[in-house]
Design a protein around this ligand. Structure first.
Ligand SMILES: [Zn+2]
Length: 474
């Protein structure tokens, strides 16, 4: 097992003066996103072993706007940051990576994939690139926008549509940004497409052992492990956390019925809510944070989903709380007109509504309406609820007979069943970028970075030397 050595430098691990290569990859995918991270791990291993490149950071897994309809599933790009001591020129690297991807995709093909390779020699967290990253997190960015920026800064890229995500990824995870880690364990190619088996008890044990340093390994309510994907991709399981050492423990603790073929720890913007940036006017495909006032009553639609009308920056929107986002859908049924809320999620078009629909990923109940309701007064003698004797005829007590001709209805504020606060779905259905409530925000920056020393397992072999065998399910 590898040991991580702590540095005192913390987040200043890549100083502005240091020249390094940033390699961004995207859209090399199969559904499930497994291939992009698998390819990234294989490529990192290959570059270190065969080209004597040194990685300056964990491989980065950068998630982007989930609201883009033409995204690869999961919408993630992979970034490798290496020092200049490797002997390859940027152009040679692009060529090498291209053939690496070709060779890989020969075994792992996805019909719409258009791999993007972007290589930037320099400090990537400059204004132009950061701006592009944040737009890619929230909004729609176009290939032309990406090309303009890349040409301006002398960034080398290939022809794939994936250069959008690859470029955005390069400017992600800047020093000072929040981050988490994910260890991905990969399957032997002979198991790809087969049903995964993982012993729930071992995941439960792992969750107990690692406490709050890992998150979202189990769904405690359903007593299910949630570390395995369901697609035909090469990922066996993925565990998330804020300390790499605790992730490595998964390799010993978690039991399944197949050997782990290889593994890699990614540093990632997952679970950081970094996309929840601004409150803006709702626009299609934009994922953002919106302040709204509830303007209608919750409507239940088939499937147990809740639709709620709200006003957001003078725009009427429908808020969709899908059943999978429990407990959000339950809380939505308790909201009423006048409630002030903030929601996060992508804006979509629904055929059944003329208004934009925000698919709610996070719900902040800010302020509950305190609209008083009218009720009959209580009897001053015995305390029973009095009964009206008719219009303008006052109220009489049904218990003791007390009668007051002048009594009128009184206004009372009925206590609400919900309390203000931030609400997220259960671990199984929380969106990739959303920071779960059970992960304390301060924890996101608690651990400094370590020099990269053992971020992936030896059993990952390069497909160039040792091509993975497809079982035909891709
Ligand atoms: Zn009475």
């Amino acid at each position: 097992m590898n040991v991580f050595h702590k540095t005192s430098s913390g987040d200043t691990f890549l100083p502005r003066t240091q020249s390094f290569l940033n390699i961004g990859l995207d859209d090399t995918d199969t559904p499930g996103g497994g291939c992009t991270t698998h390819l990234g791990a294989l490529l990192a291993t290959y570059l270190m072993k065969n080209e004597k490149c040194r990685l300056l950071d964990y491989p980065n897994l950068v998630r982007l706007n989930p609201g883009i309809p033409w995204k690869t599933r999961g919408n993630a790009s992979v970034v490798l940051r290496i020092d200049r001591s490797c002997n390859l020129s940027v152009e040679e690297l692009v060529e090498l990576i291209s053939s690496f991807i070709d060779s890989y995709q020969g075994n792992c093909k996805h019909r719409n994939s258009s791999p993007g390779i972007v290589i930037y020699n320099g400090y990537p967290w400059i204004n132009d690139l950061r701006g592009f990253y944040f737009r890619a997190l929230n909004d729609v960015v176009l290939l032309d926008d990406a090309r303009k920026i890349m040409d301006k800064h002398g960034i080398v890229y290939n022809n794939g549509r994936g250069v959008i995500g690859a470029l955005a990824g390069i400017a992600g995870l800047a020093p000072g940004d929040p981050y988490t880690f994910e260890l991905l364990a990969y399957r032997d190619p002979k198991y790809w497409g087969e049903k995964r088996y993982i012993d729930y008890q071992s995941v439960f044990k792992y969750d107990m052992l690692t406490g709050e340093l890992t998150f979202s390994s189990i769904d405690p309510e359903r007593r299910k492990q949630i570390i395995t994907p369901h697609g035909p991709d090469p990922v066996y399981f993925g565990v998330r956390g804020i300390e790499p050492g605790k992730l490595l423990l998964a390799l010993e603790t978690i039991k399944g019925n197949e050997p782990i073929h290889g593994w890699c720890i990614y540093r990632t913007n997952q679970a950081t809510s970094i996309h929840e940036k601004t409150t803006t006017t709702p626009r299609y495909h934009r994922t953002s944070k919106y302040k709204c006032t509830v303007s209608g009553n919750p409507q239940k639609i088939p499937g147990g989903h809740i639709i709620l009308e709200a006003e957001c920056h003078n725009t009427i929107v429908n808020l969709a709380f899908y059943r999978e986002t429990y407990p959000l859908n339950k809380i939505a049924t308790m909201l009423q007109p006048g409630d002030q809320i903030t929601v996060t999620g992508p804006v979509k078009q629904r055929s059944t509504s003329v208004y934009p629909t925000i698919t709610v990923e996070v719900l902040y109940v800010e302020e509950l309406a305190t609209k008083p309701v009218e009720v009959a007064p209580r009897c001053p003698k015995c305390g029973a609820r009095m009964k009206s004797k008719g219009i303008d005829k006052g109220y009489a007590c049904p218990k003791c007979g007390y009668y007051d001709r002048t009594a009128t209805k009184i206004h009372v504020v009925i206590p609400r069943d919900i309390v203000p606060g931030r609400y997220t779905p259960t671990p199984m259905h929380i969106a990739h970028l959303v920071s779960p409530n059970w992960l304390h925000p301060l924890m996101l920056k608690k651990f400094p970075l370590f020099p990269v020393n053992g971020f992936c397992g030896h059993s990952i072999n390069s497909p160039v030397n040792n091509p993975p065998v497809s079982n035909g399910s891709h």
